[in-house]
Design a protein around this ligand. Sequence first.
Ligand SMILES: Nc1ncnc2c1ncn2[C@@H]1O[C@H](COP(=O)(O)OP(=O)(O)OP(=O)(O)O)[C@@H](O)[C@H]1O
Ligand SMILES: Nc1ncnc2c1ncn2[C@@H]1O[C@H](COP(=O)(O)O)[C@@H](O)[C@H]1O
Length: 185
Amino acid sequence: MTRLIFLGPPGAGKGTQAQILSESHHIPHISTGDILRAAVEQQTDLGNQAKAYMERGELVPDSLLLDLIRDRLTQRDATESGWILDGFPRNVAQAEFLDHLLDDIQQKCKSAISLEVPDQQLIDRLHGRGRSDDGDETIARRLRVYHDLTIPVIDYYRERGRLIAINGNSSIEAVAAILKKVVTS
Ligand SMILES: Nc1ncnc2c1ncn2[C@@H]1O[C@H](COP(=O)(O)OP(=O)(O)OP(=O)(O)O)[C@@H](O)[C@H]1O
Ligand SMILES: Nc1ncnc2c1ncn2[C@@H]1O[C@H](COP(=O)(O)O)[C@@H](O)[C@H]1O
């Protein structure tokens, strides 16, 4: 059963690569960013609470996401086909929560994949993407949040021998080919 965590800064290509793998290997792609954006669009309670944080480029409070992750990972498609988790965990508390949750629901996830791309390439890609959180100020804040809160998550998996670091600074096809090898190895 394939279960993967995709880590990496904003614009590293997590969503792009997760979608490619999801389609080629029929593995559910679970993106907390996509779930939150849909909730904002639909003006649900979750969306209304998350909106301002997302617009500022900050993480939403953990309390908004933990039950949601438990519910999503225990849905039938995820229990039957595995998952690619994109955008979670984003801080060490979320990584610890996820490890406890996986023990509790008896799922194993060996590897976290970190897509590595230099900041200037990230900024160029995000300008090209043009999402509502891709303005200059928000990009800068998201990168700061990544360096302050999410790099410790990469250290968390590295210290436990569970990190696979991949150079994400090449074409979409080249990165996809490397990931395909990782998944099939
Ligand atoms: N290898 C690549 N080379 C060039 N552009 C890329 C590459 N991978 C993704 N992109 C482009 O960069 C932008 C950001 O990619 P994507 O949305 O997949 O990143 P992400 O890591 O999911 O970002 P975020 O965490 O902000 O959601 C998109 O416009 C995408 O088409
Ligand atoms: N795991 C998360 N913790 C807190 N906030 C999150 C998380 N995942 C997404 N968010 C919020 O949504 C936006 C966009 O997420 P992307 O994964 O970059 O699409 C992010 O800036 C947080 O505000």
